[in-house]
Design a binder for this molecule. Structure first.
Ligand code: F6P
Length: 322
């Protein structure tokens, strides 16, 4: 193997730059040439290949976002798009690929591998933590810290006004951002798609804990099956009109910011291991970290979204909230 490519795709996440840096520097250490593909699969189709050296990844470990830019490519979903991408990979004599992204990126990698012999390994870059085969995805730790910081501020004003706040967090169809950040802020309730949301039950819980606390924070995962924070707050307000209720949608601030120390270290380990995995002949696997050790999960399994909620965490949550 003489030349590899690295790209980021899908939603950006803090730590992607640390991962790119690790890929580039590990490759150079092993005498491999490295190119970056700008804008993910879109840039692969548009022939946006740029040479990367050790210096081009200096001073990026601490930066959020991705210096290689990213996109959710519609063209890559078409056979013509993928053919063009394969043509460009061949033209640039790419012999190995490191893709950094979430499940959409991995599905793209599986499709690409059906049309092209170039081995591809993936790094789990998403704030959602919804991939099988790693304890924490790149960006998840930073995102939950961002949520905790924001909700701590909301708690100050909620407490001063004796208010009930519904705070909606990201996660697409997974509730893992809601779960950990909710525990971290001492939320009175956490609503997630993985557990059934029963409005009657929520009302009972709010009523039973009413006397003991003046402010209440309900964390709502954006993918909760009962609807978003606004819809749920509306239903609760009808039943408990004397509560002074507010809704905050945290939105894209959860995707930005400097990566936490944990994200920087994990991303570096994952990027480093991705290059060594390619050199060892691995293909179509996701590099993860399970119980502190590097793990290799076939992409077909990594995208399965079956990260179950930890039953110990759930039991604790029940006892510590309200
Ligand atoms: O997958 C990361 C994520 O931030 C999800 O939590 C969220 O649902 C989605 O991306 C938002 O995507 P976009 O930035 O394209 O609106």
């Amino acid at each position: 193997m003489k030349k590899i490519a690295v790209f980021t795709s899908g939603g950006d996440s803090p730590g992607m730059n640390a991962c790119i840096r690790a890929v580039v520097r590990t490759a150079i250490y092993h005498n491999l040439e490295v190119v970056g593909i700008m804008h993910g699969y879109e840039g692969m189709i548009r022939n946006e290949f740029i040479p990367l050296g050790s210096k081009s990844v200096a001073n990026i470990i601490q930066r959020g976002g991705t210096v290689l830019k990213t996109a959710r490519s519609k063209k890559f979903l078409t056979i013509e798009g993928r053919q063009k991408a394969v043509e460009n990979l061949t033209k640039h004599e790419i012999e190995g690929i490191v893709a950094i992204g979430g499940d959409g990126t991995f599905r793209g990698a599986l499709e690409l591998s059906k049309m092209c012999a170039v081995p591809i390994v993936c790094c789990p870059g998403t704030i959602d933590n919804d991939l099988v085969g790693t304890d924490f995805t790149i960006g998840y730790d930073t995102a939950i810290n961002t949520v905790v910081e924001a909700v701590d501020k909301i708690r100050d004003t909620a407490e001063s006004h004796d208010r009930l706040f519904f705070v909606e967090v990201m996660g697409r169809d997974a509730g893992l951002i809601a779960l950990r950040s909710g525990i971290g802020v001492g939320a009175e309730c956490i609503l997630m798609p993985e557990t059934k949301t029963d409005i009657e039950d929520l009302i009972k819980r709010l009523e039973s804990g009413r006397k003991s606390k003046s402010s209440k924070i309900i964390i709502v995962a954006e993918g909760d099956e009962a609807g978003g924070a606004f819809k749920i707050a509306e239903q609760v307000k009808k039943r408990l009109p004397d509560y002074d209720t507010r809704v905050t949608i945290l939105g894209h601030i959860q995707r930005g910011g400097n990566p936490s120390a944990m994200d920087r270290v994990n991303s570096s380990r994952i990027g480093f291991s991705a290059v060594e995995a390619l050199m060892a002949g691995k293909r179509t696997v996701m590099i993860g970290i399970i119980n502190k050790a590097i793990s290799y999960t076939p992409l077909e399994n990594a995208v399965k979204h079956t990260q179950n909620l930890d039953p110990d965490l759930m039991r604790m949550l029940d006892i510590l909230s309200l």
